[in-house]
Design a binder for this molecule. Structure first.
Ligand SMILES: [Fe+2]
Length: 378
């Protein structure tokens, strides 16, 4: 029932765009470097297939703009279509979707925006492209802490930013974020760009807890401990541990599952070389962030868009987030997957997500100031 499908080749995925819906900006999308270092860190192969029907006011379809990669989103779209009979048309892109909805204005075909990170969800709200989400289904299943107070966005899944440590070379079984700045790790840490959303979010949380001055010292300390200049995605840092270039890395939980279940045998080997430590389990708790959804201000299929958001908040979809995406469901009644459970217990940092969002700008400036991306010794 969907016009956008994940590639049948397991090693890659393709993006299928609904030409009739999105012809106007197709060239821009096709030339975009899809997911070179984003959500899924795979290189997406982009293909376009003509869609069966032009844009219309029909309630039987819903248009989604997604920052999240097809491999993660398609199982949810397929299940939604199967349940409701509503067709999903998905545009996938790593960047620029909020700007695009804004530029399209009243004529935007977007009904729902799927995004990762509290920073992006608040950006969508601030850009004025949202309308209020208020339904019993969402309120019943998603705790208020994971919803915008004004209903501009709703969280759907959660991930933790953890430490991957070499099983061979790291003996300790617990760690704190503060410790990452300890000179004892000099030359032993690998991390992706300090300006990447995930690291900006982590530093923003540290600012919220300890203030800017301490956070800057921390960022500088971690930078001085880096084994190499930041490059690649979270998985590349684990690869570097496997290769002996560093002993610990910082990354998001679901990448562990992605490597463990990868059809690339080498990624399974990377995963086997590390153990996963939940920083600050004995203190503030581990830094977490969310993925979420926005109902577009000018949604042409508003009812279908709401139905989709309701569905994504429902226990059925929350279970898909848990079992197939290996994220932490936000519905407290839905259990994490056995795979995720095996990593240990997550004690999420209780810091309000809006406190993370509001410190992002300061965090990004600190990363620049300490020259994080220039690497050690710079
Ligand atoms: Fe990611």
């Amino acid at each position: 029932m969907t016009t956008a499908r994940a590639c049948t080749r397991p090693a890659a995925y393709s993006l299928t765009l609904s030409l009739s819906l999105f012809a106007a900006s197709l060239p821009a999308l096709l030339s975009a470097p899809a997911w070179a270092s984003g959500e899924g860190e795979k290189n997406a192969k982009v293909t376009a297939t003509p869609a069966p029907s032009p844009v219309s006011g029909a309630a039987g379809e819903v248009n989604i703009y997604s920052y999240r990669e097809p491999g993660l989103i398609q199982p949810l779209m397929d299940a939604f279509s199967k349940k409701t009979g509503i067709k999903t048309n998905v545009v996938y892109a790593k960047d620029g979707l909020i700007e695009r909805i804004k530029a399209e204005g009243a004529n935007s075909p977007a009904d729902v925006l799927l995004a990762v990170d509290i920073g992006r969800l608040t950006e969508a709200k601030e850009s004025g492209i949202t309308q209020t989400i208020k339904t019993e289904e969402v309120d019943e299943h998603i705790p208020a802490a994971y919803r915008d107070p004004d209903g501009a966005w709703v969280g759907l899944s959660q991930r933790a930013r953890v430490v991957f440590a070499s099983k061979e070379r790291v003996k300790q079984d617990s760690i704190t974020y503060a410790e990452l700045a300890d000179p004892k790790w000099k030359g032993k840490i690998c991390m992706r760009s300090g300006q990447h959303t995930y690291n900006v979010g982590l530093l923003a949380a540290i600012i919220a807890h300890d203030g800017e001055e301490k956070a800057a010292k921390w960022a500088e300390g971690v930078k001085n401990n880096l084994a190499r200049k930041p490059a690649g995605g979270d998985r590349d840092q684990v690869k570097a541990i496997y290769a002996g270039e560093c002993d610990i890395a910082v990354g998001n939980t679901y990448y562990m599952a992605a490597m463990e279940t990868s059809d690339k045998p080498e990624q399974q080997e990377w995963a086997k070389s590390v153990k996963l430590l939940f920083p600050d389990s004995a203190g503030n708790g581990t830094h977490v962030n969310i993925s979420g959804a926005v109902l577009a201000k000018n949604a042409p299929h508003k009812d279908a868009g709401m139905q989709l958001i309701d569905y994504l908040a429902s226990p059925e979809a929350q279970k898909i987030y848990a079992e197939q995406v290996n994220e932490y469901p936000l519905d407290p009644a839905v259990a994490v997957s056995e795979r995720v459970k095996a990593w240990g217990t997550l004690k999420p940092d209780a810091l309000p997500l809006l406190d993370v969002a509001k410190n992002r700008k300061a965090a990004s400036e600190i990363m620049d100031k300490v020259g994080f991306d220039q690497g050690p010794g710079a």
